[in-house]
Design a binder for this molecule. Structure first.
Ligand code: PFF
Ligand code: NA
Length: 452
């Protein structure tokens, strides 16, 4: 029975609310505010959004429940969890997750660093007063300066390390409980503002009127892949967060709440951003530059633009920070649980090494711009491609197969029904995780690697 309680030194959430806030913090990130609006814009809106919601419900929620169940049952890091439950080659799934955390965080800090830089520019008033001409140049001059990118990357990584040093309840949980409510507040202000602007109604019809002709196979795959990334699934982040939960916690309830919160943030960001885009007659399909290149132009033209810009980039930085701490936590949990390192040592050493791996990403747009890796991509785009298109779907596939086919019903059902009077949906969950998720994820993975 000892393993049900883990080692006494291990951290844990101080309350169910803390667990929910930290997990929602991990889920809500650059994926919601930067990526979701621009991929929705590129795929024509409505139908893409609807298919994305179906993926969240059919694959995302069951998989989040599965990860949290594995974590809470073992009270271990991803490697230790799979070793405890099955051993042998299954430990590799944990390894894949820890590696993904290491790799994703290295460049997540670079992109988040851009957001911190924009927050600083907004505070300095750069986006006020209608200096439209300079705005597009800001992004290219940031990318052309190796030193400033390294500076903002280091600053963001420092903040991430500082929070993780604080531990589970005093670091991760406290930071998320502080930042998430502010984030929701800012988002609601921006959404209401957007809805009452001239472009508001068009934003709503763009997002919620399905245009089925735009929903091709590529769009469906993009929507499914994004469902994992946005819910922090496929690499053991939700598994690690679940390992800090107590036996009274109702896991399905937490997973559903977190997924709904993440989806709401994505949809509200979409409404806020497309309202501005349509109000100023911009193209919704502007691509990855939407947040950094398009929006600041609009801020510079609108009334109170400086204030709106500060709110917007504060939102982006907070969202990124509550996600980056969960990425670092996966790596730190592994060194603490498996290698018996002190939390302090693990956080400082791994944080520094991850920063070093991020350096080529920070330099990839200028100093290393001519060094090409996968398909002519620079370093940052290459490891982003490997991590989100290959490692996360592969990890998600293994986790679904493991939970549906390897883990015994007794363990899974027992874990799911803890803290509930009666979870009536167990058979539905079991069916989704055993058949629907593996098949859909396998299709996604095989097509990503070009086999179908
Ligand atoms: N869910 C985060 C986002 O939407 O930005 C990204 C992420 C965080 C992915 C943590 C994976 C992870 F483990
Ligand atoms: Na997200």
């Amino acid at each position: 029975m000892a393993r049900y309680h883990g080692t006494p030194k291990r951290g844990h959430w101080s309350s169910r609310l803390g667990f929910i806030m930290a997990s929602a913090g991990s889920a809500v990130g650059l994926g919601n505010i930067w990526k979701f609006p621009y991929i929705t814009g590129m795929h024509g809106g409505g139908a893409f959004v609807l298919f994305f919601l179906i993926c969240i419900a059919l694959i995302g929620i069951p998989l989040m429940i599965a990860e949290m169940v594995i974590g809470r049952h073992t009270h271990k890091d991803p490697v230790g969890a799979f070793r405890t439950l099955a051993g042998g080659p299954w430990s590799m799934v944990g390894w894949l997750g820890v590696t993904a955390g290491f790799v994703i965080l290295s460049y997540y800090c670079v992109v988040a660093g851009w957001a911190v830089n924009y927050l600083w520019l907004a505070i300095k008033g750069t986006f006020g007063g209608g200096h439209i001409q300079q705005v597009p140049e800001l992004f290219s001059s940031l990318l052309a300066s190796d030193l400033s990118q390294l500076f903002w990357q280091a600053l963001f990584m420092g903040a991430t390390i500082w929070i993780v040093l604080g531990g589970v309840s005093d670091g991760l949980e406290r930071a998320s409980k502080l930042m998430m409510p502010v984030l929701f507040l800012i988002l609601i202000v921006l959404t209401v503002r957007g809805l009452f602007s001239p472009g508001g109604p068009r934003a709503l019809s763009f997002l919620f009127t399905p245009n089925w002709r735009m929903l091709d196979a590529a769009a469906m795959l993009e929507a499914m892949g994004h469902a994992f990334f946005t819910l922090s699934l496929g690499m053991g982040a939700m598994l690690t967060y679940g390992s800090y939960a107590n036996e009274r916690t109702n896991i399905p309830n937490v997973a559903i709440t977190v997924s709904i919160m993440d989806t709401c943030v994505a949809l509200l960001s979409g409404i806020a951003i497309f309202s501005i885009v349509f109000t100023y007659g911009m193209a919704p399909a502007a691509g990855p530059g939407l947040v950094f290149k398009t929006l600041p132009i609009l801020f510079s033209q609108m009334q109170g633009g400086t204030f709106v810009a500060i709110l917007f980039f504060l939102l982006l930085v907070f969202a990124a920070l509550t996600s980056s701490i969960s990425l670092l936590e996966v790596v730190v949990a592994y060194y603490c649980d498996e290698k018996k390192w002190q939390r302090r040592t693990a956080t400082l050493v791994m944080g520094f090494l991850i920063f070093l791996l991020g350096v080529p990403s920070a330099l990839s747009n200028h100093l290393l711009a001519d060094v090409h890796f996968i398909g002519g991509r620079n370093f940052l785009d290459s490891i982003d491609l490997v991590a989100t298109n290959y490692i996360l779907p592969l990890g998600a596939l293994f986790i679904a197969i493991f939970t549906g086919w390897v883990m015994t019903t007794r363990v899974a059902r027992g874990e799911i029904e803890k803290g509930t009077v009666n979870f009536h949906f167990y058979p539905l969950w079991h069916f989704l995780i055993k058949y629907v998720s593996p098949i859909m994820v396998a299709i996604l993975f095989l097509s990503k690697i070009g086999l179908i």
